[in-house]
Ligand binder design. Structure first.
Ligand code: TYD
Ligand code: MG
Length: 482
């Protein structure tokens, strides 16, 4: 009989500890350690289900019945096709975009998590991907793919597929929340891939907690990992991210799965970004760009359209706007900084989303080192959509926005800024230069202003034609852009 011990799990990153801490020892977030009482029911194999989790996962690839197996000579090991050599190709424009984010196709036997906010389009993405794999144009024929939903009935999925004009004959739909039932039903079909939508709605018998609880999410994922590794069937999971850092959120799963893709987008925009944040079989620098249409997701082959499709033309761009690239963990994304300089009201100074002391410093440096006569101006700063700029990498964008408003010279579309500003007005390097620059390039930006030192760093990257404008200091930046 298993011994019951209390475990504390970080709701933010999934770190677990036998002891309570006021802040997480792994991600340093405060107040995120939640008590978790493990399930100790025996599942018949003498193994304790519930929280003996890391051990389960570490050994997930082991045959479940160890009595049948013996050590095998290295030369006699049937390696099959090396996972790094062969991937399931995804055809079509949409498939190519998804495949690229996956690192060049879907690796057989891999466990892929697609995370994102509810309503962002995970089910849509997975249904389309399932259909492409089932049709298998690039593989010379159709093969079964099983799409399991714990959220929708098969009629609902069927209707959705009709709207998206999906007609894959070998796409099987199933509605279930019981992992054992799902795997029992999927196995006889020998599918080319299995999709589970979503991990929060499925449960494993014998594990304590309801579907979506941390124990269920973890145990179900490890069961699916075992299925994927033993059958070589790739499994794609949808996972909801909750803003509150839900204990059963995909953060917990990131450690277990092979590949983590995040889907993101703005509320008011139909564009969706698919980002790889973890990939055992490829790089994590890939970014897929899609547009949600009435008939599903479409790959955006030329992302600069995203910026040119705005209602106003180049002549109507406002002065005082500059684009910065900020990092969120390993992810880079763009924010717009707005500045408004008003002559003759020297007292007013309001900043929103930028640290006040940082803004003061940048304004002072602009006056002293770049010779801008800002003394007579009231200055307002704002970061669009309420994001806060907590990185010095945004300094240059703040300075550029102020210059743009002060000089009443709009910064052309397709220009972005990366860099920290020193007290001498010099531009300094920031971490993640490559990732920031390649995100901009992927999104169709044409020019990127960076510190002089960054130029040789970036010269080795394929920036899809984006020009790097290296500047030593603020004066040079002003001469280059304005
Ligand atoms: P969905 O894939 O259900 O999101 P998730 O699984 O991440 O919760 O898609 C959510 C939204 O996408 C929904 O509001 C409707 C919209 N949508 C379209 O605009 N076009 C389509 O063809 C489909 C299928 C959905
Ligand atoms: Mg869904």
């Amino acid at each position: 009989k298993g011994k019951s011990k209390t475990v504390w799990v970080c709701s933010e990153c999934g770190y677990s500890s036998g002891q309570w801490w006021g802040y997480c020892q792994s991600c340093q977030k405060a107040g995120t350690m939640k008590q978790f009482s493990p399930g100790v029911e025996s599942n018949g194999t003498g193994k304790v289900s519930g929280f003996e989790f890391s051990e389960n996962v570490a050994r997930a690839w082991l045959p479940q019945n160890s009595a049948d197996t013996v050590p095998i000579r290295l030369a006699d090991v049937n390696r099959g096709v090396s996972p790094l050599d062969w991937r399931i190709p995804l055809s079509g424009l949409f498939g190519a975009e998804v495949g690229r984010v996956l690192g060049g196709g879907l690796v057989p036997g891999s466990l892929v998590l697609v995370g994102g906010d509810p309503g962002i389009g995970k089910s849509t993405l997975l249904l389309q991907t399932a259909a492409i794999i089932a049709e298998g144009h690039a593989m010379g024929g159709t093969a079964p793919v099983v799409y399991v939903s714990g959220e929708e009935s098969i009629e609902q999925i069927g209707n959705r597929a009709d709207r998206m004009k999906i007609g894959a004959t070998e796409l099987f739909l199933y509605s279930s929340t019981d992992i054992k039932d799902i795997l029992d039903k999927a196995r006889p079909l020998s599918p080319r891939a299995l999709v589970i939508d979503s991990i929060q709605t499925v449960y494993l018998q014998g594990v304590t907690g309801s579907a979506g609880s941390i124990s269920q999410v973890r145990e179900c994922t490890s069961a699916l990992l075992r299925f994927a590794k033993t059958t070589n069937v790739p499994v794609l999971l949808a996972g909801h991210v909750t803003k509150s850092g839900d204990i059963a959120g995909p953060r917990v799963l990131e450690h277990i799965v092979d590949v983590v893709l995040y889907m993101e987008g703005e509320k008011c925009s139909s564009h969706r970004l698919l980002r790889s944040v973890k990939n055992r079989f490829g790089t994590t620098d890939e970014l897929g760009v899609f547009e949600m249409s009435h008939s599903g997701l479409q790959a955006v082959s030329n992302p600069s359209e995203m910026f040119l499709s705005e209602e106003y033309s180049d002549s109507e761009i406002l002065a005082g706007l500059a684009v910065a690239v900020i990092m969120d963990g390993s992810r880079a994304f763009l924010i717009e900084i707005q500045a408004l300089c008003i002559a003759g009201s020297p007292i007013a100074r309001q900043v929103n989303g930028v640290q006040a002391s940082r803004a003061d410093m940048i304004i002072s440096v602009l006056m002293k080192q770049a010779g801008l006569k800002l003394q007579e101006n009231g200055i307002f700063l704002n970061v669009v959509s309420g994001v806060s700029l907590s990185e010095t990498a945004g300094d240059l964008s703040v300075a550029a926005a102020i210059c743009s408003s002060f000089l009443e010279f709009p910064i052309p579309r397709g220009v972005a800024f990366i860099g920290e500003i020193g007290l001498g007005g010099e531009l300094r390097m920031v971490p993640g230069m490559e990732k920031r620059a390649s995100t901009l390039a992927k999104l169709g930006y044409k020019n990127c202003v960076v510190p002089e030192l960054a130029e040789k760093f970036l010269s080795t990257l394929d920036l899809e034609g984006m020009q790097i404008l290296a500047c030593r200091d603020l004066k040079e930046m002003i001469n280059t852009v304005f």
